[in-house]
Design a protein around this ligand. Structure first.
Ligand code: NAP
Length: 255
């Protein structure tokens, strides 16, 4: 029996990179996946690929910063697809700007990054809480190495704060929802080759080298590297795991 049979799984930011790979992996394990992304065309294309491969998938356009739209989406998914039992909060952005740039840019970075990476996680979780509590649901939040450290490479305080926040939210929610049988965990990806860092990889090989030199496994990750841990955390394989973060970083934090 596939590991996620009879589950309905919502994945945000599922039109690209890590979210897209998780959606495909969950579908291979029998889940009916609901791909949400602000880029509705990309989510629709990813859902089509899943259906063509024999999986069950729907897609809808959603900006996770729009709280009302998140609530409306939860009602829409309940009507059109059914009761959600897995939520992956994956939508996120990264910008490598410090605190010392022009005021306007620094403030914009803070507001955009916190509203998508942290408030977005709150908005979507809040919207889907009822079916998740009813179904002893599983929530998987995508954190980062920066849920723990500020990188030695250029990186924004806003991004680091947002990913520390995701881990804090994960733990607080795990404590509160455990009595309902809801498990809440996070994944901490290391440097994963996705469209998120495509420009940096093309323009700044030295920065990529700093990451790889600091990674015991000696390579960058692929989106597919996140899929196994994401299946583990959503399935009964992790029945007694809650409030944890699984680092998928090639060992980055050991050095
Ligand atoms: P990605 O390829 O850029 O995919 C992110 C997806 O989220 C994109 O489709 C993006 O749409 C979408 N999105 C952005 N803002 C959104 C919003 N407000 N509402 C809904 N969807 C939105 O990035 P990724 O590398 O897969 O990253 C996924 C998650 O992993 C993020 O939370 C990121 O912080 C985290 N992460 C990534 C790495 C890494 O090295 N790649 C490392 C650690 C953590 P657009 O394309 O339109 O922007």
């Amino acid at each position: 029996m596939p590991l996620l049979a009879n589950h309905i799984a919502v994945i945000t930011g599922a039109g690209s990179g890590i979210g897209r790979a998780i959606a495909a992996g969950y579908a291979r394990e029998g889940a009916h996946v609901v791909l949400l992304d602000q880029n509705g065309d990309a989510a629709a294309e990813a859902a089509k690929e899943i259906r063509n491969a024999g999986g069950k998938a729907d897609s809808f356009t959603l900006d996770v910063t729009d709280r009302d739209a998140c609530s409306a989406m939860a009602r829409h998914v309940a009507d059109k697809v059914g009761a959600v039992s897995i939520l992956v909060n994956n939508a996120g952005i990264a910008r490598r700007n410090g605190m010392l740039g022009a005021d306007e840019a620094v403030i914009k970075d803070w507001e955009d990054i916190i509203s998508i990476n942290l408030t977005g996680v709150f908005n979507v979780t809040h919207a889907f809480l009822a079916p998740l509590r009813k179904n002893k649901g599983r929530i998987v939040n995508i954190g980062s190495i920066q849920s723990f450290v500020h990188l030695r490479t250029p990186s924004s305080p806003a991004y680091t704060a947002s990913k520390h926040g995701v881990l804090g939210f994960t733990k607080a929610l795990a404590a509160e929802l455990g009595k309902d049988g809801v498990r809440v965990n996070a994944i901490g990806p290391g440097f994963i080759e996705t469209p998120l860092n495509e420009k940096v990889r093309a323009s700044n090989p030295d920065l990529v080298k700093v990451f790889i030199d600091h990674t015991p496994l000696g390579r960058a990750g692929k989106a597919e590297d996140i899929v196994g841990p994401a299946i583990f955390l959503a399935s009964d394989l992790s029945a007694y795991v809650s409030g944890s973060i699984v680092m998928v970083d090639g060992g980055y934090r050991t050095l």
